[in-house]
Write a protein that binds this ligand. Structure first.
Ligand code: AMP
Length: 298
């Protein structure tokens, strides 16, 4: 497996693969790789013959005061994991490579980027859309794989690929979780054991909603409240607990009832760590497979 630092080297490697008749698969990440990321590499392997993983902590998607500086940077270990997972190339550019002096262009997503994290992290999805566009243009992949753990990000990218006529298929892969239900995230490394325990409230709340939906509950407000009560009782701050349309992310008001399926999305802070998670009611399994009758997780 090759580690490339320069955009032109990366473009050339992908060009060579395509010229040899290979389908290029792209997996963009910020590194500190875990089994969730590696599941995307495996998905790309199934759909492509040449798999490129990018590792870049993208400054434009962080707001001032967020965790850009402390975000874990573990390139050597990440490369070993990528090689093991069957990646052909890792592209890990320097900041100046992706944002050279004088650069000024941004990709601005639309309505899909407005609710949820878009409302709480203004400019975040513009940063995401800008870096992902650059990576797609450099790599020219047939398929790009994203995690549904970052559900809104996946939908924003799907929309931008459609709107900019980029010739790539965008795939959303299922969320990989710890055995106790916590969604894997590079940011979990920030959590103290006590915070991690409290963070399980997200998986617990989402699981209650999945089970209630399976039992026939369709009132949006009731489903939302089941999640809200769990998370609000454990988190240091709740950014949102929201129901929305799984395709457009348009919010579903409490007074509505769910027709078909619905996204339930959560963002909350435990200590200084902001976590997000979601399920699509009617599609995803409960994050916690079984809970005891007293709801203590069994
Ligand atoms: P990140 O490095 O956090 O920017 O994530 C890179 C990619 O990995 C994104 O497409 C994420 O949605 C995906 N990802 C992160 N955590 C998980 C997870 N637990 N399961 C599946 N995909 C994930």
């Amino acid at each position: 497996m090759e580690l490339l630092r320069e955009p032109e080297q990366f473009r050339a490697a992908c060009d060579r693969a395509r010229a040899a008749g290979r389908r290029v698969g792209l997996v963009p990440t910020m590194g500190a790789l875990h089994a969730g990321h590696l599941s995307l590499v495996a998905e790309a392997r199934r759909r492509a013959d040449f798999v490129a993983v990018t590792i870049f902590v993208n400054p434009t998607q962080f707001r001032p005061g967020e965790d850009f500086e402390r975000y874990p940077r573990l390139l050597e270990a990440d490369c070993a994991k990528c090689a093991q997972a069957g990646a052909d190339v890792v592209f890990a550019p320097a900041r100046e490579h992706m944002y050279p002096p004088g650069e000024e262009t941004r990709v601005r997503p639309g309505a899909t980027a407005e609710p949820l994290c878009g409302a709480h992290r203004p400019g975040h999805f513009e940063g995401v859309a800008t870096i992902v566009t650059k990576l797609l243009v450099l790599a020219g992949p047939c398929v790009a794989v994203f995690g549904r753990k970052d559900y809104q990000q996946w939908r924003v990218i799907e929309t931008l690929v459609r709107d900019l006529c980029l010739p790539a298929q965008v795939v959303g892969a299922p969320t990989v979780r710890e055995p106790d239900g916590l969604a894997l995230s590079s940011r979990n490394a920030y959590l103290s054991p006590a915070e991690r325990g409290r963070a399980l409230s997200i998986a617990r709340g989402l699981s209650r909603a999945v089970r209630a939906f399976a039992a026939g509950e369709r009132r949006a407000g009731t489903l939302r409240a089941m999640v809200q009560v769990q998370v609000a009782g454990a988190a240091d701050r709740v950014d949102y607990v929201a129901l929305g349309d799984p395709a457009t992310l348009a919010p579903l008001p409490d007074a509505a009832s769910v027709a078909g399926s619905a996204l339930v999305a959560v963002a909350a802070r435990f200590g200084t760590t902001r976590l997000i998670d979601n399920v699509v009611l009617g599609e995803d399994p409960a994050p916690i497979a079984w809970e005891g009758p007293d709801g203590d997780g069994g």
